[in-house]
Design a protein around this ligand. Sequence first.
Ligand code: ATP
Length: 352
Amino acid sequence: MASIRVESLSKEFPGGRKALDAVSLNVEDHEVVTVVGPSGCGKSTLLRLIAGLDSPTSGEILIDARPVQSVPRDRNIAMVFQSYALYPHMTCYENLALNLHLKKVSSSEIDRRVHETARLLDIEDLLSKRPRQLSGGERQRVAVARALIRDPQAFLLDEPLSNLDALLRERVRHELKLLFQRLNSTVLYVTHDQTEAMSLAHRVVVLDRGKVQQIGTPDEIYKAPKNVFVASFVGSPSMNVFDTVMERGTFKLGPSTIRSGIDFSGKVSIGIRPEAIRLGGDIPGTVRWHENLGGQCLIGLVVGEIPITVLAQALPESNSINISFSPGDVHVFEKSSGANLARRSADRAPDA
Ligand code: ATP
């Protein structure tokens, strides 16, 4: 396996805005890194540049610390595409064997590797079938097998689960997680689905409009989002965010005055996760809607004028309920820059 390093990578398409703007990131040997962001943020462009399918406007790509710009195609990196890109006229066996044939590997060695890889992904029964005879999940496994059989230095996966229905998505996600663990691979995986990004990765890169917003472990990204974009994008249900003005670290929510623990005066956005809010306490709200999620319940309130969503264990007993939360669960973002003020003061704090 190998490490991947991307330094200040930019890509501008003719006549378009920058698809990638000075993106820097690294994937260590044996590490799984996910890149997550909304549609059009530059995820596929990033993978295509690393795979050598397109060239950057500026910046550098290093594989195992060696610049690869002069090696346009054969970087020994396997890519799994969103569409799976299997050859429809070939059986699964032939799809798996093709790359080895092109490399002039002997037929007996090809046969051994096809069966070994098929066993690993539990697709031996499918080898004689053509892609159109397979379900979405089976096709996905064949696409991963085809990448795997090349024995690549690293894997790039571009939204590999997006063509699957919700139930299958969850199952195949678990399978992929186990596979990554078993292979101990270097993996760069892009997705717009934050659950996928958080659950599969050692580290997550959050991308928006071609720029890296934050890189961190799933825990860091969730607990200490660097800015209001990351805070809103990561987490399900998404974080409550509302604008207000803070006076020396306090702000009003309905009739209540809340201490944020951040010494700041001025325009801010306040973020509180729905799961951090408890029913009961001294902040009064009016229930507007609720959704029964089975084991839990999502409640939409207004507190004063501010809409707040609460993830609760039970349905509300009346339309007037009180809520509370810990000061440590309040995230404060500067309105003008979107920066998390707690993180900014922590980043500035001198070393102890
Ligand atoms: P999605 O999740 O929808 O696949 P993405 O995050 O993978 O999106 P990209 O496909 O990398 O986004 O595209 C990033 C930006 O670059 C978009 O604004 C897109 O329109 C633009 N773009 C991508 N490919 C080209 C191209 N060949 N020519 C011009 N613009 C392009």
